[in-house]
Design a protein around this ligand. Structure first.
Ligand SMILES: [Fe+2]
Length: 135
C-alpha cells in the first residue's frame, strides 16, 4: 500500500503534519528498499527519534486544547514505544536478519498508519476543529 498524505489529513499544526509526512515517506521508502543492515539500523534510529519528538508534540497539542481522549491516545503511543524497544533489542540480538526485521517494521508501520494516524489522530484533529469553530 502506498501511503499518500493529503491536505485533508492536516491536524492544523505544521510540526505534527511535517512529522506525519515524514513517516509516510519512510513507510513508502521501506516497502521498496533492500533490507541491508545499515538501512534497518538507520530506520530504527529514525523511529526512535520520531517517538521522542513527535509524540511529545502531539501530547502538548492535545493538552493545549483539552482533548478528552488524551490518555487513551497516549496509551497507544506508549505501545508504539514498547514495540520499538522490543524490535530494537531483537535486532541487536539477531543482526544477521535485517530482512525479517524490515518486514516486521513494515507491517507494523502500515498498521500504525491505518489504525493510529488515520483514525486516532483524526479524533483529536476533529475535536480541536470543532472547538475552534465554536469559539
Ligand atoms: Fe498520535
Amino acid at each position: 500500500m502506498t501511503a499518500l498524505w493529503t491536505d485533508d489529513l492536516s491536524v492544523g499544526d505544521q510540526g505534527i503534519d511535517d512529522d506525519h509526512i515524514g513517516l509516510f515517506e519512510l513507510i513508502n521508502d521501506l516497502s521498496n528498499a533492500s533490507m541491508t543492515h545499515g538501512y534497518i539500523n538507520n530506520i530504527l534510529h529514525q523511529l526512535a527519534r520520531y517517538t521522542e519528538e513527535h509524540f511529545s508534540k502531539e501530547e502538548e497539542h492535545m493538552r493545549k486544547f483539552d482533548f478528552p481522549g488524551v490518555e487513551a491516545h497516549l496509551a497507544q503511543h506508549e505501545e508504539f514505544v514498547e514495540w520499538l524497544t522490543t524490535i530494537r533489542k531483537m535486532y541487536a540480538r539477531f543482526p544477521q536478519s535485517p530482512f525479517v526485521v524490515g518486514d516486521a517494521v513494515n507491517s507494523y508501520l502500515q498498521r500504525w498508519l491505518r489504525e493510529h494516524i488515520l483514525q486516532e489522530d483524526m479524533k483529536y484533529r476533529d475535536f480541536i476543529l470543532e472547538q475552534k469553530q465554536a469559539s
